[in-house]
Design a protein around this ligand. Sequence first.
Ligand code: AMP
Length: 385
Amino acid sequence: MSGSTNERPVLVLNAGSSSLKYQLLLPETGEVRARGLVERIGESGSGVADHSAALEVMSTRLRHDGIDLDEVPLRAVGHRVVHGGPDFSEPVVIDDAVLDRIRELSTLAPLHNPAAVIGIEAARERYDVPHVAVFDTAYFSSLPAEASTYAVPRDLAAKHSIRRYGFHGTSHQYVAQATADLLGRPLGDLRQVILHLGNGCSASAVRGGRAVDTSMGLTPLQGLVMGTRSGDVDPGLHAYLAREAGLSLDEIDTVLNKRSGVLGLSGVNDFRQLEQRLASGDADARLAFDVVVHRIKHYVGAYLAILGGIDVLVFTAGVGENSISLRAGVTEGLEELGITVDRAQNAARSQQARVISPERAKVVVAVVPTNEELAIARQTADLVG
Ligand code: AMP
């Protein structure tokens, strides 16, 4: 017996160049049957030659846990794809043409899309079920033109698909709805600023469920200060580094993506380690923390102005959900704007979505855990029926 469709799980895959994250879950209930990570793919001595081998590792682990995908077949596979470019504003069932297009979009996301393509190819070979691509950029395809347009020559922008795309869209969309559910208010009534603060960080302004601005841009490098990414810098920095430091374009890209942000300022990229150093009075850690907070406030202020006031400020992802000090830092001094947190509620540890502002505060401040895998599984199931 293969059971009804509703009992058949969706496999969600997130392929990196040397890693494969997987989750097997039921989109209706959110029940997670299995989750895991295969790392060091393709590295010598790891025993995992490629992404096909990684899928084999995954299915061996599943069988160990009593899950046999031949007995309870998959309903579909949902793939996280970072860049959908100008083409994809919604999830799409993957055929050869779609796969070609995702591959072509590697020019916009050289660090991410090639890995997704490899993961999709391996999974399509192994699982004869519908495969769906869910794009990190899709939610922001509705940005108004004034928010998505860079003030560069229009012909150049058109020729090279230059615009603000935004990323973490699956998370922002999920959290916008989850926040409305938490507050028991219609999504359509809310003006939200959502802060997705993890290894990667982004902010969004959401009016009535529709994203109207976001901090990441053409690439996931723009905006907030991140674990290893600089976020906003003077666009003139690139030419300056090339001329004065003699760096090549690839070197500049690497410096800003991999050696900057919290890591570049403090020597550590993990926020827990940063907090430990803060506690021991480390001056570099202090500066890194202050720069992170300053940049977040910069965007909160901008989005307050763009939305003409907000109803709710939401913290999500690893740092946003867990760092008491960061939430305190970001909201400090914003009382006149109606934004404040209750000290005890902010300090309470919980995995649940929760409100941390005082009862009668003008703006609700909330912590809402994100769940990109569940969002991808749901969008995948919706599409394949
Ligand atoms: P993510 O990319 O959403 O998985 O978030 C990863 C980031 O969350 C890392 O910088 C972690 O250090 C940070 N993080 C996870 N747990 C905590 C915690 N309890 N306190 C502070 N930061 C945390």
